[in-house]
Every structure is written in C-alpha cells, then in structure tokens.
Design a protein around this ligand. Structure first.
Ligand code: G1P
Length: 317
C-alpha cells in the first residue's frame, strides 16, 4: 500500500524510494493514436513510421532508449500499425538480397534494427487516451520503474534525453518527467506543471523541479507555468494505480498527465529541464524542421550534398 500523506514530503516517500532506485530496463511506446495531424499520409502509414530522411521516428526513439540502457521495449499499437512490427522483425529475404548484392552498409543498417532491444507488442483496442495506452502495458511492465517515450517528440541531444532522465531518477528515486520552457501562446498544446526548483542528489542546478501539480492542455490564462511536459518520462510502477484512479479528463480522454498528478500527491515526482533540442515531428511544420536539421547534420554523402544544396537555395524575401 502507498502511504497517503498529502503535505508531508518525507512521509510520502515509499521506503523503496528513500535510498535505492531500481535499474530502469523497460520502455513503453504508446503508438496507437490516429495521427490526425499528419493526414493524409497517416491514413495508411503509422505516423511513427514516418522517416526523418531514412529512419522511422520510432526507430530513432528505440535507438535513444537502447543507448540509455533499456533492454525491453513495449509498443502499444492498434489496428493499422502492423508495419511497426515488420520493421523491428528480421527480414530474411531482404537480408539475403543485400548480402548477395554486396550491399554491406545497407545490410548492417537492416540487421541492427531487431537487435536494438527485445520488443513486445500489446494493443490499445479503443482510443481512450495516453494514460489508458500506458495502462494497457501494465502487465508487461510489472512492478518496476519504466520509461515512457512519445516517438513524435524527437530530441536531438549530445546525451540522449532518456539517459538524462534515468540519471535524474537514479539520483532522486522518484518519477522524473522531461520539461521544456515554451512561449505562453503555445502552452495550450501541452501538459503544464506547477513546480518549484529543488536540489536533490547532485542533479545539475536549475534543471530539477519538484512537481506540485500538473494540468493537461490548459488555456494560457490558467497555465500554472511556462514549463511544458515533453514526451519522455521515467515512472515508478505506482503510476498504474494512479491512472486506474483517474477518470476522463481533457478531450474526454484518460490523460497520463492526470495520472501523474495523482501520483505526485502520493510520492515525489520531479521535472527535469533536459539539455537538447526538441522537434514536434507529429506536426507538419515540426516534421519539416526536424527533417532539414537532421539532414544537415548527417556526416555522410547525403548530408554533404544537402548542405551544398541549402547554400545554393534562393530563399524567399
Ligand atoms: C502529449 C501529452 C502532453 C505533452 C505532449 C508532448 O500530448 O498528453 O502532456 O505535453 O504529449 O508532446 P499530445 O501531443 O499527444 O496531444
């Protein structure tokens, strides 16, 4: 049982959290949404499979997790998402064809995909919201801390954002949520936190916040701050009972934000202002920005050609 001690910080910290944090091994990828912001492409292509140059969004996010030490990825899908399963599976015919044609680099690129992590799939049968999608993974996660990744939040960072959050979790022992400052006029597109800066466990100054409350997609006038939630979370398994205790919220859906707010009343939940650049690749403009900037950064022939191309481009006045 979780202690219920609103107002009392220390008493609200389960013994497990006071000292040793468990290893974070699993990541949940909600991928059951309709992707309406990317229609018509997303009518038959899962938005998670849209590529930045040549790498599907979901592969980049699984690579980020793999680099952060995650060994088991749980993808929550729905009807029409089977290409995600094909992508992470071994393709014997393709591998044989590449081998016989001597296409070594492409073969390596293809062969490494199924090795990134052990992958399990489960289905969200009805579109009841992000919180519900995470709840669907409850049995596959079990009683251990886990990461949640929204793969349309693409984050370019020297140190993967997921590694930054796991490090903060190890130092604090509490759930940790990625935060980013956004302009007031854009705040209604996000979950927004009410939080105060804290210093715990040597986390770099100014990055860590203790979360008092949070609200999903508030009107600008009602937003408690300009600190928005970005799609990377490390959550303790108590989140599942918190989501179960949460009814439908914004947009009539079971919101992960409401579940975390409930959790924050029972145990410490932190926000972490991560280092890096975030792109909203689920949005057409954000996807274009990410495509251009990722293509520019590539250190291969495509990158070199693209940089040359950009230099010669006549930009509109
Ligand atoms: C989701 C979350 C929201 C978060 C956002 C980040 O919203 O519900 O709290 O701020 O991701 O991208 P969505 O963008 O799926 O509407």
């Amino acid at each position: 049982m979780l202690p219920h001690a609103p107002g009392s910080f220390e008493a609200a910290v389960p013994a497990r959290l006071q000292g040793m944090a468990l290893k974070v091994r699993k990541a949940v990828f909600p991928a059951a949404g309709l992707g309406t912001r990317f229609l018509p492409a997303s009518k038959s292509i899962p938005k998670e499979m849209l590529p930045l140059v040549d790498t599907p969004l979901i592969q980049s996010a699984v690579e980020e997790c793999s680099a952060a030490g995650i060994s088991h990825v749980i993808i929550v899908t729905s009807r029409g998402k089977s290409t995600i399963e094909d992508h992470f599976d071994i393709s014997v015919e393709l591998e044989q064809a590449l081998k016989s044609r001597g296409k070594t680099e492409l073969l390596e690129a293809v062969e490494r995909i199924p090795k990134l992590a052990e992958i399990s799939y489960t289905r969200q049968q009805r579109p009841l919201g992000l919180g519900h999608a995470v709840l669907v993974a409850k049995d596959l996660v079990g009683a251990e801390p886990f990461v949640v990744v929204l793969s349309d939040d693409v984050i370019h960072a020297e140190r993967p954002c997921t590694s930054q959050l796991i490090d903060a979790y190890q130092r604090t022992g509490g759930s940790v949520i990625a935060l980013m400052e956004v302009p007031r006029e854009r705040i209604s597109a996000y979950g927004v936190v009410d939080a105060e800066p804290v210093e715990v466990g040597g986390v770099p100054r100014g990055r860590l916040f203790r979360i008092r409350s949070m609200v999903e997609k508030p009107k600008p006038a009602d937003a408690p701050s300009n600190l928005a939630i970005i799609g990377r979370y490390v959550l303790t398994p108590e989140i599942f009972s918190s989501i179960e205790a949460t009814g439908a919220g914004a947009l009539g859906e079971i919101q992960l934000t409401d579940g975390i707010k409930h959790l924050a009343q029972r145990q410490p939940v932190f926000g972490y202002k991560f280092e890096g650049t975030r792109y909203d690749a689920g949005d057409k403009f954000g996807f274009l920005q990410a495509t251009v900037e990722f293509a520019m950064r590539r250190d291969d022939e495509v990158g070199a050609k693209f940089r040359e191309y950009l230099k010669g481009l006549k930009l509109a006045p």
